[in-house]
Design a protein. Structure first.
Lengths: 201, 541
């Protein structure tokens, strides 16, 4: 464990961008990932937005972890992992994406006036995403099995951890969930975590 | 022990560790969480907290408490300082009795600010008020404590100026012991100290200027950090930009001496002079207007007239920085190739922020849109109702600042008379903040806009803070529920109606009636914010 931690601290920073829209619980996810990263001994910096930018508009939150992190914002093309809670919003990560960036996308659409067709979104995804891409119907799964779409975020973060596309152990994620989520909602969030474990196999 | 804290949480922690006793605020992104947290925890720590009707009354509350000997913290967003400045500037003259820190949160790139991209650092020069500038959450905590020390030692209010990326940044922060508040207030009369009447006011100014000189000397020995490096070129910076510089220097794998200033005002001039003396050129990295750059130019004339001072020739005056913006500037400055990553550009339609489902404003906007005669002018203000400007509503023809939706409406109506109709919106919190004098003006000077007060029973946009219209204080204690319609009537408005906007037919009929009135008229569209209603339900369960 100690050795592994040392190795982790030597690696270059790992940059996670979580995309979605206001009200999808992005800040809670950012808290879970940061707390989990701290459990594993990483330095962390994050960036988020509140207020006007939160009202149902597009949101990016940035999480950076590593031995020593300075900037809270990810540089252009430097995202290692994009987790998107909505189809089209994944595309807005474009300025931070390189051919190596991995994507974990919730197959879920929140349409708006002036949006583009699913076909068009697919085309743009193929243009943008050259790295590994996981498209999961997290909202649908969470709705069906737990009755709540909003758990899709916790499901996806857990999934990323089980699939090892996020360099944080599932054990740390579940500890962080227990720390961040209020008692009242903890049970269903841990169920989402378990579902992600089942589906990642 | 370390804990991951949001910048604003770190500010609260710093204030608690310093033993703060009295806290007042008006909410505004990116500063709002400071007040929210105190609202929840103040009682537990024996601290007094209030949300005041506006930033001026918030500051004045803390001034009164400071005069009575308490340790005070005030927080506001950048525009709040404009409102509070009327009290802030003379407060610097009288000085503090209990130490006082004012947290001011700027918002470069206007992520959550609909007015201007204000650089509040200018207030330092105008008011001779010391300003500290943290770059991360840890420093935000440390500088609040340092601010209290400086205020205690020199008896002046101190501003801790943060920006969005500091306020809404998280990182592991060292947690210290919380000092138990021990409020023992007594106002001891001291006319010489607290009354800014001439000719005494000019003596006060002289005393303030002397304090600033003393603080300058204190700063010289304090913690503004110089980083060692090789070369004949250097960088001076403060605030968030420092983090971007560190990333860039690592990325370029070069070492350039960096002077990172924790203090923006007064500047530790000796420290800067000794830093620039051996250099051939220096780059000043600061967001927004190049204030520091001008200061360094002046200092260079004394110690190193040949020094090339660069800054705003390589960096933008508007919009926040990031690693790449700073990287390109440092690359040019240091003659290094800063490579921008190749990225794919994807063209996408904009997803505008919008009203929540079930928001009562949907009813108001749709009724107004349907009933307003063609050519009607629509006035906008600060709050959730500024979404009137976005699709599908698009009924917002001007927007300036708190309360001005009515203040400007009056001027337009006086100018255009009855040739054009005007409907203007104002939120409940804006009404209490700066709306009342503007409404009085429409009566006093006889204009006739139709004012719709969007009373959703809470200050919603900034995250649901209590305001004087809802019967709860900032610490969630019961208080008088001020009725907007009674105040409006007391201002002399004759046409006043309170309507639940869900009664859409009544709303439409009233708009139709009121818009043709010869005098000003007010509809109070009263229905609780849908999000807040849901939260209250959950709370009561």
């Amino acid at each position: 464990m100690g050795k592994e931690n040392e190795a982790k601290k030597q690696m270059k920073n790992f940059n996670i961008l979580i995309a979605g829209t206001g009200g999808q619980g992005l800040i809670t996810l950012l808290q879970i990932v940061s707390e989990a990263a701290m459990i594993e001994g990483y330095d962390i910096k994050t960036a988020e937005l509140h207020g006007l930018s939160q009202r149902g508009g597009s949101i990016n939150t940035h999480i950076r972890l590593g031995k020593k992190v300075y900037s809270p914002l990810i540089s252009s093309g430097a995202a290692d992992l994009v987790i998107s809670l909505e189809n089209l919003e994944a595309l807005r990560a474009a300025p931070f994406v390189s051919p190596k960036t991995k994507f974990l996308i919730n197959c879920y659409s929140l349409p708006f006036v002036g949006t583009i067709s699913e076909k068009e979104i697919d085309k743009k995804m193929n243009k943008l995403i050259k790295g590994k891409k996981y498209i999961i119907s997290a909202s649908e799964i969470c709705k069906k099995e737990l009755g709540k779409e909003v758990l899709s975020g916790v499901y996806l973060v857990s999934y990323a951890s089980f699939k090892k596309i996020l360099p944080i152990k599932p054990n740390s994620i579940s500890k962080a969930i227990k720390k961040v989520i209020p008692k009242k909602y903890l049970d269903m969030n841990l169920k989402a975590f378990k579902l992600a474990q089942r589906d990642s196999k | 022990m370390k804990k991951i804290l949001l910048g604003n949480e770190a500010i609260v922690q710093g204030a608690l560790e310093a033993g703060v006793e009295f806290v007042s605020a008006y909410p505004g992104t990116p500063s709002s969480e400071i007040g929210n947290i105190f609202g929840d925890i103040a009682k537990k720590h024996g601290v007094y907290f209030e949300f005041s009707p506006n930033e001026k009354t918030a500051l004045e509350a803390s001034i009164g408490a400071s005069y009575s000997g308490l340790k005070c913290l005030v927080s506001m967003k950048h525009f709040g300082v404009n409102v509070a400045s009327d009290a802030l500037l003379p407060f610097a003259y009288t000085g503090t009795k209990g130490p006082t820190v004012v947290v001011v949160a700027d918002d470069p790139s206007c992520w959550s600010s609909g007015q201007t991209e204000q650089n509040s650092r200018y207030f330092a020069h105008m008011g001779h008020i010391p300003v500290l500038e943290p770059s991360d959450a840890q420093e935000a905590k440390d500088y609040v404590k340092l601010g209290f020390q400086i205020s205690e030692k020199f008896k002046v209010p101190v501003i801790v100026r943060i920006t969005t990326r500091v306020a809404h940044q998280r990182m592991p922060v060292s947690i210290g012991a919380v000092k138990k508040a021990n409020p023992k207030a007594k106002f001891v009369k001291d006319v010489k100290k607290f009354v800014t009447m001439p000719p005494r006011v000019l003596e006060m100014k002289d005393e303030l200027l002397k304090k600033i000189e003393d603080i300058k000397r204190f700063y010289e020995d304090s913690s503004a950090s110089i980083e060692k490096g090789k070369g004949s070129i250097g960088i001076i910076t403060s605030g968030i930009s420092y983090l971007y510089i560190k990333e860039v220097l690592n990325k370029l794998n070069i070492s350039i001496p960096v002077l990172k200033l924790g203090f923006f005002y007064p500047l530790p001039e000796k420290k800067i002079k000794s830093f620039i003396k051996p250099l051939k050129k220096v780059l000043i990295v600061e967001e927004l207007e190049g204030v520091l750059e001008k200061e360094v130019n002046v200092l260079a004339k004394e110690v190193n007239p040949k020094l090339k001072v660069q800054g705003k020739d390589l960096l933008p005056v508007s919009r926040e920085f990031n690693v790449d913006i700073v990287g390109l500037a440092i690359g040019k400055f240091a003659n290094k190739n800063y490579k921008l990553a190749k990225t794919t550009s994807i063209d996408l339609p904009k997803r505008f922020p919008r009203l929540c489902p079930e928001c009562p404003y949907w009813f108001v906007f749709s009724a107004v849109k349907e009933i307003a005669p063609k050519g009607t002018i629509f006035g906008g203000g600060i709050g959730c109702y500024m979404l009137a400007g976005f699709p599908p509503h698009e009924i917002q023809d001007y927007l300036l600042c708190m309360g001005s939706s009515v203040g400007v409406a009056h001027g337009i109506k006086k100018a255009v008379g009855d040739k054009q109709k005007l409907i203007t919106f104002m939120g409940d919190s804006s009404f209490f903040h700066a709306g009342i004098p503007a409404i009085i003006n429409t009566v006093f000077n006889k204009s006739n806009p139709l004012i719709i007060i969007m009373d959703n029973r809470i200050t919603a946009m900034t995250g649901h803070q209590p305001n004087p219209g809802m019967g709860k204080t900032g610490m969630w204690e019961d208080t008088t529920d001020l009725k907007i319609e009674n105040i409006v009537k007391a201002c002399g408005v004759k046409n006043v109606k309170v309507i639940d906007p869900q009664n859409i037919n009544e709303l439409k009929a009233t708009i139709k009636d009121f818009i043709n009135k010869k005098e000003v008229s007010v509809i109070v569209a009263k229905r609780i914010c849908a999000l807040w209603a849901r939260r209250m339900k959950r709370r009561n369960k």
